[in-house]
Write a protein that binds this ligand. Structure first.
Ligand SMILES: Nc1ncnc2c1ncn2[C@@H]1O[C@H](COP(=O)(O)OP(=O)(O)O)[C@@H](O)[C@H]1O
Ligand SMILES: [Mg+2]
Length: 316
């Protein structure tokens, strides 16, 4: 009997200890969360900053210097102009600072020296909200939410109608795939989109960006995680998406940039070469070397139609 009483007393006490530990831990977590929320943002809007007014989407970098850490410069005097409606490609070895230019455009960081202008307005003088609304990004790896395909596309503009979402999916060439699924647009994509293949995920990302319909487009190695066939398919969607917009495209595979109005070769934070594809080939510099290297490497070779374009221009 004594034993039974003891048990009955001990069990709740034991449980109380458990609850006490849980509450303590939760309080600690909450404290950390509030600390995080209390962190002042490094990048803030100026008081009374106006919204960005995009007319054509002309982007200008004027002698931009930038470093993440004080003693390691990343960008050292980058100047470039992307005319409204044109396509500018940035290529170069990994770590040369290509993505950093995109981050600066989005104003995740402020430039150290120089300026970054969109249609003549310094990105530091306008609201971040309007800036982020004007630029659409297709990153290398699109992040999807563990929700339906419909939700993930609609995330580009939550107030879009169903027709608009389906139109965006069609333009991104994913509509047929989605319609063929048993649950259609209500299919859940799984944690971070793991139930979709890389190409499908990327197309959902493109549909999302199309729905957002931004005047400026930033493609950061949007197709480098894909096989060549999928890349070619998606390249079409991307090309269609670029119509009438300013496009800054960062690319790993040179075959994807041959049509760009201007190609910049970035090397160790500086622009080593610039020009069109055929101009750069004629210069026989770094770009020509990279091009030759990709031709020689099986698996990443540019598609055959680009090859013939290349030969023709050589003959001329
Ligand atoms: N948040 C960061 N903090 C410190 N260094 C960074 C950060 N992000 C990138 N870097 C460094 O900046 C350099 C350029 O990065 P990035 O622009 O991403 O190169 P890539 O040309 O491959 O896109 C790299 O050497 C990288 O290590
Ligand atoms: Mg990068």
């Amino acid at each position: 009997m004594v034993n039974a009483y003891m048990m009955q007393v001990m069990m709740p006490l034991n449980y109380l200890g458990y609850v006490y530990r849980e509450i303590r831990q939760s309080l600690v977590d909450m404290g950390e969360m509030f600390d995080l929320l209390g962190q002042p943002a490094e990048i803030t809007d100026k008081p009374d900053a106006p919204d960005l007014q995009v007319e054509g989407g002309r982007i200008q970098l004027d002698n931009v210097h930038f470093s993440y850490e004080p003693d390691r410069p990343i960008l050292q005097g980058i100047s470039l102009t992307l005319e409204a409606g044109q396509t500018l490609a940035i290529v170069g070895p990994s770590g040369s600072g290509k993505s950093t230019i995109g981050r600066l455009l989005f104003r995740f960081y402020d430039v150290e020296k120089g300026a970054l202008l969109i249609d003549g307005q310094d990105v530091r003088d306008v609201t971040q909200d309007s800036l982020h609304r004007s630029i659409g990004v297709v990153p290398q790896d699109t992040v999807l939410f563990n929700d339906t395909i419909y939700y993930n596309i609609a995330y580009g503009r939550p107030d879009a109608s169903q027709e608009e979402i389906i139109a965006a999916a069609k333009a991104a060439r994913i509509h047929d795939f989605v319609s063929a699924l048993p649950n259609g647009y209500d299919t859940t994509v799984g944690e971070r989109g793991l139930k979709l293949s890389g190409g499908e995920k990327q197309r959902v990302g493109i549909a999302r960006t199309l729905l957002k319909n931004p005047p400026i487009l930033l493609l950061d190695e949007a197709t480098s995680a894909l096989d060549s066939q999928t890349e070619r398919d998606i390249q079409e969607s991307l090309k269609a998406m670029g119509q009438g917009r300013s496009v800054m495209t960062i690319a790993h595979r040179l075959s994807t940039v041959v049509d760009a109005d201007q190609i910049l070769v970035l090397q160790q934070g500086k622009i080593a070469e610039r020009g069109t594809h055929s101009e750069l080939l004629q210069q026989a510099g770094l770009y020509a070397q990279m091009w030759q290297h990709q031709l020689d490497t099986p698996g990443v070779s540019p598609s055959s139609d680009h090859l013939s374009v290349n030969r023709n221009s050589d003959n001329v």
